[in-house]
Structures are given as structure tokens and as C-alpha cells.
Design a protein around this ligand. Structure first.
Ligand SMILES: [Zn+2]
Length: 338
């Protein structure tokens, strides 16, 4: 009996070992995808907390695969800055393999890239959530922002936002349109934890001010990423990015901050847009409700007044609600332009 049991335990052990061997050869996760794409990479640690990352090295045989500008940038465009001025958060819409393929395609035109990619859980390929892949060294410009603007830094190409802001992409499906609303795909909890850990390091390393951690949708009306399900408050609580605590948002605090210019009565699109421009949004408030300004109000709601509550974003209300106005006046007071 006992020998039978031990045989059976050995049988199970063999099965378990066999399974894990099978899994490690079939489901190797990120390394397998990097190898399949013939990218050279190594495990490195990033920042003071030694975050484990996959660092992809430039391809010397096919230099067009390196989607970055070879010039060392930030100190040239920002003489007073030791390095990067800010971070732009994105989502990819694509899965990890297609994301990496796009960012390393051997093309001379239409280049697109990002300094970091943070994975979500993907069953196919057995990708864990929260793996960090560095595709562009911090000494190079990546091509992630396009024509965009924030706090007076604007433009595209080799100048503009790409020259001052690091790009961090999150693997995420984006949104589908349903019943007139955008229905966004949620982020994985482990993906967000990894992104926070990464951005804590970047913020510390480059002394990045909270108001310079933004979403792609904040800096251009052409984009909707990372969208309202990106948990900005969770980042804020870890010291990454700008936000208001409930106390700061309370009606008693807002008049205190904007004492020279109290909130106007009712809902005012002029107030909303002019304060958004004061805060950093690249818009002309006198243009009022142009498609561009409407898109930026929606991005503002996703980031602040309706963050994590996309259903609370009014479908046809473009003017700036009282809640929006309280948020933007609080942000202008808390994070003044330098
Ligand atoms: Zn983007």
C-alpha cells in the first residue's frame, strides 16, 4: 500500500515537473515575444528601487528599427532642466506582440515608439500584467506624442512634447462605442502598480512636477488615451501627478484658493476654458466650443472631475459643469504655472 502511494506521489511529481517544463517552453511570456521579434534584450534594474525591466538594445543591423531620434535632447531644449520635464501616459489599443512589432518595425517613415511599455495580462503568450519593457533609452527622443501641447511647450516632430516628455505606453484595448458613449477597457491592477512604481522612479530621477504628468488626451484633441479608467487618483496618492484631495476640492477650499476671482454663478464655458488654458491645456478659450475645445473638456473630465466614472461624463454638456469649474479652479490654485 505504502509503495503504491509513493509510486503514485512520484507519478504526480513527474506530472507536475512535466507540466512546468512544458509551460516554461511554451509559455515563456515577454522573453519569447522579444526573441520572436528578433530583438536584442537583457534583464536590467531601473532606478533606486531596482525595478526589474526588459531593456531592448538598438538594432545595429537594421537601424530603422530603432524608432528614436539619436540626438540627446532634454538638456538642449530645456537648459534649466537636468533631464525630462514630464511624462505622457498612453494606451496602445494593440496587444503586446503587435505593440512591440509596431514600435520596432523596420521603416524609415511613420516611426512610432515609446520609452516604456507596461504589459497587461494576456492569456495568449502567457503575458503577466505589470512587466516593464524599455524600448527607447532615456537619452533619446521617442516618437509618442505627435503635434501636441502642454504649459507652453508645443509642436511636433523633433521639437515639442517629444523633446521634453518621456512616453509610457500601457497595453490596453482602448474603447468601443456603445449607445453614444465610449466604453473603455479596464486596466489590470498589477499593470497599474508596476506603472506607478516606474513613474515614482522617473519622477524622482528627473524631479518632475506633478502637473507635468499628463495623459495623451490632455495634450492633443486627436487622442483619447489613457482615458477615464486610468486611475489618476491612485497615482497621485503615490506622489505621481496632479490631483485634488476631497478636502481640497470642497466648496470651502475653492473660494479660498480663487479668492481674487471667485467662481462665477452658474455654468460658464468661458470660465472653464480660460482656467483650463491657465492650467496648461493648449487651447484658445476665445474660440469657445470648437470640436478641439470640446474634446479637451472631455479629456479634462476623464482625468479629473469624472476620473474612474466615465458614465458621469455628460453626453451633451460641453460647457463645464459646476464640478468641472471647482476642479479646474482648484488645480490652477494648487499648481500655478512657473
Ligand atoms: Zn497615445
Amino acid at each position: 500500500m505504502s509503495s503504491k502511494i509513493s509510486l503514485s506521489i512520484r507519478g504526480w511529481m513527474a506530472l507536475i515537473i512535466g507540466c512546468s517544463l512544458f509551460q516554461s517552453s511554451v509559455n515563456a511570456g515577454v522573453p519569447e515575444i522579444l526573441d520572436e521579434l528578433e530583438l536584442k534584450w537583457e534583464r536590467q534594474s531601473f532606478g533606486a528601487s531596482q525595478l526589474p525591466i526588459y531593456a531592448v538594445h538598438p538594432s545595429t543591423e537594421t537601424p530603422n528599427r530603432n524608432h528614436w531620434d539619436d540626438m540627446v535632447v532634454p538638456s538642449q531644449t530645456l537648459p534649466d532642466s537636468p533631464g525630462w520635464k514630464g511624462i505622457v501616459n498612453h494606451y496602445t489599443v494593440l496587444g503586446l506582440t503587435d505593440t512591440l512589432r509596431t514600435f520596432t518595425a523596420n521603416v524609415s517613415d511613420g516611426r512610432v515608439s515609446s520609452h516604456f511599455v507596461v504589459t497587461q495580462r494576456e492569456v495568449e503568450g502567457d503575458i503577466k500584467a505589470g512587466e516593464i519593457i524599455q524600448l527607447v533609452p532615456e537619452s533619446k527622443r521617442a516618437w509618442h506624442a505627435g503635434v501636441s501641447g502642454w504649459r507652453g511647450i508645443n509642436g511636433g516632430g523633433l521639437a515639442g512634447i517629444n523633446a521634453s516628455f518621456l512616453g509610457i505606453e500601457h497595453v490596453n484595448a482602448g474603447f468601443i462605442q456603445a449607445s453614444g458613449r465610449r466604453v473603455y477597457s479596464p486596466y489590470d491592477a498589477d499593470q497599474i502598480l508596476a506603472s506607478i512604481a516606474l513613474q515614482e522612479e522617473v519622477v524622482r530621477k528627473y524631479d518632475i512636477a506633478p502637473s507635468y504628468v499628463v495623459g495623451h488626451d490632455d495634450i492633443t484633441e486627436r487622442k483619447q488615451d489613457p482615458g477615464p479608467l486610468f486611475p489618476w487618483e491612485v497615482f497621485f496618492k503615490k506622489g505621481v501627478g496632479a490631483y485634488l484631495s476631497p478636502e481640497e476640492l470642497s466648496q470651502s477650499m475653492v473660494p479660498y484658493w480663487s479668492v481674487k476671482e471667485p467662481l462665477p454663478q452658474g455654468e460658464s464655458v468661458e470660465f472653464q476654458l480660460s482656467y483650463m488654458a491657465r492650467y496648461g491645456y493648449d487651447l484658445d478659450p476665445r474660440a469657445l466650443l470648437t470640436p478641439k475645445n470640446i474634446a479637451l473638456i472631455e479629456a479634462f473630465r476623464g482625468h479629473f472631475s469624472c476620473n474612474m466614472r466615465p458614465k458621469a461624463i455628460p453626453l451633451s454638456q460641453h460647457s463645464g459643469t459646476r464640478q468641472d469649474m471647482a476642479w479646474i479652479s482648484g488645480l490652477v490654485a494648487k499648481y500655478p504655472r512657473e
